[in-house]
Design a protein around this ligand. Structure first.
Ligand code: HEM
Length: 414
């Protein structure tokens, strides 16, 4: 029997900079019951099996519960109706088939080759501009100066959300991303705060979508609002609002960590920094290794729909489950010398983008954004040195990454 407080320790901010020793201890039992009743899967085999198991549900979002206003009509008539609508139209990351599959297929259909190609080109231009803005400085914060603005601009442009509105929903996106943290699912105050934010961002998106229906443009939200031809009908307004919010939050809160974790890892492995600079074609395999070694999404929550016997334990129905993707990525049964950052690994089966039905739809974007950012930085940053090692981390344990990553530099070349 392993220590049932290990997952609580993973969530503890004191362990944010290096949760990997805790993951190694969790892996001693492929699936373990924690003191709060959560079951944690931590080996590559157990996670892989549960990701593909139809008895495992992604419907972990608690029922919507807007705060009461004190006005009886609002509280007893409007609120229950609006809560029911929100529940029926949750973002598809929190939905099971068949609804999940329909909504996901509609989104995938909008990832046209032309659109992805255009965004790839844009990523290179944006990185160049962001670095040029810092020319002449002797310090750069990788998170604020590059890793955050790049994916945010890309996702806004791809969806067709005006980039000048970004400061308005920057905080909403950060707040909503906490829905992926297990404690937000059980804490009444955090849930109510999230409901409020969801309502505000829904109003914003509702207005934008009405505009897209009237005056469609060549962007993803217009495409989803209009439908994509046979088999891809126009998405209903409530589902479209939830999908737009999901994409926007995912675009804000994940790739930033891949880029920041990437710079941190490269500076801790300076040979790899130099090798990437001399051989930029190494970038794709280096990024796959980063997604294994220090993934932006460390774990995802699920719930069991039925009893599941796995790895010598029996998980009861209705149990909260955590798939510890980052622990599976360091499983020595699959990755020799798992704690070594080694971009020369072959046949990587990392879980950085999840797997099965909910495999990340933004994976191609994330990969080329990281490639644009990392290859430009190793080429242009002169003598970069970490100012804080480890850097300060953001609060999240599921979406994990540095809050700031300050480097001292001698300059930035053209
Ligand atoms: C490095 C960056 C990223 C990482 C590491 C990442 C990781 C993940 C992971 C692990 C999942 C699986 C969730 C689950 O199993 O419950 C996922 C799903 C998802 N991701 Fe990403 N993501 C990244 C970037 C993005 C971007 C840029 C977008 C937006 C375009 C995006 C959109 C989504 C969506 C919509 C889902 C839900 C898919 C579904 O439920 O079918 N992601 N992502």
């Amino acid at each position: 029997m392993s220590d049932p407080t290990l997952f609580a320790q993973v969530k503890d901010a004191a362990n944010r900079a290096d949760p990997y020793p805790l993951y190694a201890r969790l892996r001693e039992n492929p699936v373990s019951l924690q003191e709060d009743g959560t079951w944690v899967a931590s080996t590559h085999a157990a996670i892989g099996s549960l990701l593909h198991d139809p008895r495992v549900s992604s419907e972990t979002l608690p029922p919507a519960d807007r705060p009461r206003t004190g006005n009886p009509f609002s509280d007893w008539v409007v609120k229950p109706i609006r809560d029911r609508i929100t529940d029926a139209h949750r973002p598809f990351i929190f939905r099971d088939p068949p609804d999940h599959d329909t909504l996901r297929a509609a989104v995938m259909h909008q990832f046209t080759q032309a659109r992805v190609h255009e965004m790839h080109r844009r990523a290179d231009t944006l990185v160049a501009e962001l670095l040029t803005k810092k020319r002449g400085d002797h310090e750069i914060d990788i998170v604020c100066d590059l890793a955050y603005p790049l994916p945010v601009t890309i996702i806004c442009e791809m969806l067709g959300v005006p980039a000048e509105d970004e400061p308005r929903f920057h905080e909403w996106a950060t707040q909503l991303a906490t829905a992926l943290e297990p404690d937000t699912l059980t804490d009444t105050e955090k849930r109510s705060e999230n409901s409020r934010t969801f309502e505000t961002i829904s109003d914003y998106m509702g207005g934008l979508i009405a505009e897209k229906r009237k005056h469609p443009k060549d962007d993803m939200l217009s495409g989803l609002a209009a439908g994509g031809g046979p088999g891809f009908p126009a998405m209903g307004t409530y589902d479209l609002i939830a999908t737009a919010i999901l994409m926007l939050v995912a675009g804000h809160e994940t790739t930033v960590n891949l880029i920041a974790n990437g710079v941190l890892t490269l500076l801790r492995n300076p040979d790899e920094w130099r090798r990437l600079r001399d051989e930029p074609a190494r970038a794709p395999r280096l990024i796959e290794e980063l997604l294994r070694y220090d993934p932006p999404v460390q774990f995802r929550t699920r719930a069991t729909l039925a009893e599941i016997a796995i790895a010598g334990v029996t998980i009861p129905p209705g149990a909260p489950l955590v798939l510890l993707l980052a622990a599976g990525n360091r499983d020595p049964a699959v990755f020799p010398e798992p704690d070594r950052f080694d971009p020369d690994r072959t046949g990587s089966r990392h879980l950085g983008f999840g797997g099965s039905l909910h495999y990340c739809v933004g994976a191609p974007l994330a990969r080329f954004e990281a490639e644009a950012a990392l290859t430009a930085m190793v080429r242009r940053l002169q003598k970069p040195r970490l100012i804080d090692n480890p850097p300060p981390y953001r609060a999240g344990s599921a979406l994990r990454g540095p809050k700031h990553l300050r480097l001292a530099i001698d300059g930035i070349t053209d």
